[in-house]
Design a protein around this ligand. Sequence first.
Ligand code: NCD
Length: 319
Amino acid sequence: MASATVSAPFPHRHLLAIEGLSRADILQLLDEAEAWVETGRHARKHDDRLAGLTQVNAFFEASTRTLLSFEIAGKRLGADVVNLVASQSSLKKGETLLDTALTLNAMRPDVIVIRHESSGAVALIAEKVDCPVINAGDGRHEHPTQALLDALTIRRRKGRIEGLKVAICGDILHSRVARSNFHLLAALGAEVRAVAPPTLMPHGVERLGARPFTRMDEGLAGADVVMMLRLQLERMDGAWVPSTREYFATFGLTEARLAHAAPDVLVMHPGPMNRGVEIASSVADDIQRSAITEQVEMGVAVRMACLDLLTRARRAERP
Ligand code: NCD
């Protein structure tokens, strides 16, 4: 069975953010993930290097694809994968985050994957447990495996990342996907643009390495990659956009708008998509230009690489 080759140890205990990773760290994760793509395409997808290890996926915020992706990745590596989802947890009964962390830790997991609605919550838990922690998205902060899978998708389609014009468009203010991508794309030398209405553009986006645009046509001009973001209605407690119809009219990705981008533009979206709000169905379903389902496939490979790399030190302790 095809599998990733054993490379140098990963120099971090946890994967909490892209910020703070070196270019070499990012490339190591991408190169290892590349090898796992092949494994996923075989009928028999198992490489049991995590056999005997317990992987806990603790998801305190709704998720379908990310949870499924981490679960499939762990199972392909032979781990015992257990899911804890918020609706069933004691957090609903008022248990503090730290008590939850201590409870999880007492069951002696070998890796914990956490999604939480509060920025910083995952790092807090990571300090209290004895095993590696992977951030599967914390509030508006970061979603490192999403940026890695986006980078793997771009690199495979375009052959490189350095020098590409990447336009990240939409609800940047509330997006952990955008933040992780800004850090990663800057580290790998892409020319990054942040395209959003003024109400959804974070202050100081230039400090994250992105050039701001408040008009879609200008932001898309000559872009090699267009990454659309979902309007995060659950993180909006006021009127950030006049209406979703108005939003689509000015910021929705339509065929006509996409004509401003490079002819061989790659269209991406982390999902879940709001068709007719941030992206037209005809663009999302365009099999030539859209890489949206490929992103999902790359997600499993990236998560296998992360689980493998972060548990390597523990596996070395136990023959
Ligand atoms: C993203 C997330 O949860 O941050 N989705 C995902 O991980 N597939 C983006 C989003 O929810 O819009």
